[in-house]
Design a protein around this ligand. Sequence first.
Ligand SMILES: Nc1ncnc2c1ncn2[C@@H]1O[C@H](COP(=O)(O)OP(=O)(O)OP(=O)(O)O)[C@@H](O)[C@H]1O
Ligand SMILES: [Mg+2]
Length: 217
Amino acid sequence: MLIYLKDVSKRIDGEEILRDVSLSVEKGEFVSVVGASGSGKSSLLYIMGLLDRPTTGEVFFEGVKVNYDDEEHLSRLRNRRIGFIFQFHYLLPEFSALENVMIPMLKRGVSRREAEERAAELLRSMGLGGKEKRKPYQLSGGEQQRVAVARALANDPAVILADEPTGNLDSRNTEVVMEIFERLNEEGRTIVMVTHEQALARRTRRVVEMRDGRVML
Ligand SMILES: Nc1ncnc2c1ncn2[C@@H]1O[C@H](COP(=O)(O)OP(=O)(O)OP(=O)(O)O)[C@@H](O)[C@H]1O
Ligand SMILES: [Mg+2]
């Protein structure tokens, strides 16, 4: 089990956002998470990605119980083992596409040269060869999101967690990003993707449905 949530609940301001969620994600899976707005999809993904902690319950990442008091270990896991993709790309506007992809590697302590080589290779694999030097504003929305996918892959994470990665894209770019995800999964990458689009969810091997903070079985 790559990620295992055991009886996870999350309360904020007296509201129960996640209720007794038990869920595991195996290595190599492509899981989509669907459900109405406010059902807790993003909250679930943030807990899987160690960006947030449960109020009660336990989270195991790669078989090890997550210790939320060890901030150093948490940030190490987030940097090295988890690739996050959001609906808005959150690229750094003052840096080029190449630099945006290099940053997580530099943070890990990889040499500039090695980071540059891998970033260029990742951008090429996203169909962005020749656009490495461009700033985010010089790229289309679909291209920006592909840079974000390249950045998420920078440190060769164990899992890609994507929160409505195509939510801001037109149908053509949605297809491009979805095909990239399918290719990554075929190559063995584990992916959890929140989506509103039934047509996309149907293309994944497993669909997790959320309702009122619960996982429907
Ligand atoms: N930081 C927070 N503080 C207070 N309430 C929050 C917080 N984060 C989420 N919530 C509440 O938790 C519930 C679930 O939110 P969440 O963002 O997980 O839903 P979602 O399924 O991702 O919805 P959407 O499809 O609109 O993105 C909502 O009622 C939301 O208002
Ligand atoms: Mg959400």
